[in-house]
Write a protein of this length. Structure first.
Length: 222
């Protein structure tokens, strides 16, 4: 199998570039309109940037449209996500439109259209060795866990599906996931975990804590 210099399968990277180029061309009016609406409802900046764990544990900054406003309590501490998430922000998440700026991450080679979702950078030190294998491929805009429950799944279920994808990757599997994703977005299934506005914080159990691995920070972004 042909691979790029970064160890990414050649045809997977080619598919990413083709789909992203076409997507940017076709959806450019949508990007423009959403940017104006985000600015109107949420203020500046329009894009939200956050460090996430990427390929082989390297940290990168993910781009999304903002779905929350800046709001603090009397002590100056940020309010909970539930209080800061606006109605328009909920719409962006339910329709997955907040994810569109991740096209930039795909073009930069930090993400793929399909792969395990990139999670918070501080989760890297919490994974067991088996769970960390989810980083053996590029993180994705969508993935096997997303089309099998997304945030409605438990963390153990998500990670098991992510590792399954790593072990069974093929170009046809990516195409299958993309097609299912299209249907899932239309139906708005599995957007959030029942009872909460976003996914719960990942905390390993006591057994997993004993299996933490050291992450090589060389060449990682700060």
């Amino acid at each position: 199998m042909m691979v790029s210099r970064k160890g990414i399968p050649f045809f997977k990277r080619l598919l990413d570039l083709v789909l992203t180029s076409v997507g940017l061309f076709v959806l450019s009016p949508v990007f423009f309109i959403l940017a104006i609406l985000v600015w109107y409802f949420h203020g500046h900046p329009v894009l939200f940037r956050q460090e996430r764990g990427g390929y082989k544990g390297r940290i990168f900054k993910i781009y999304k449209f903002r779905t929350m406003i800046e709001s603090h309590d009397a002590q100056g501490k940020p309010l909970s996500d539930t209080h800061r998430l606006t109605k328009f922000g909920k719409f962006l998440r339910a329709s997955s439109l907040d994810e569109l700026p991740e096209f930039l991450n795909i073009l930069r080679g930090e993400m793929s259209w399909v792969g395990p979702r990139p999670l918070f950078a501080h989760y890297l030190e919490r994974y067991s060795q088996e769970q960390f294998r989810r980083h053996d491929v590029l993180p994705g805009l969508t993935g096997w866990a997303q089309v099998n429950g997304r945030n409605a799944l438990s963390w153990d279920e998500k990670f098991a599906l992510d590792v399954w994808y790593v072990d069974h990757w093929s170009l046809w599997l990516d195409i299958k996931i993309l097609l299912i994703t299209f249907l899932k977005v239309i139906k708005r299934e599995g957007i959030s975990e029942p009872g909460v506005s976003t996914a719960r914080e990942f905390m390993p159990d006591s057994e997993e804590k004993q299996q933490k691995i050291n992450i090589d920070n060389e060449d990682q972004e700060t």
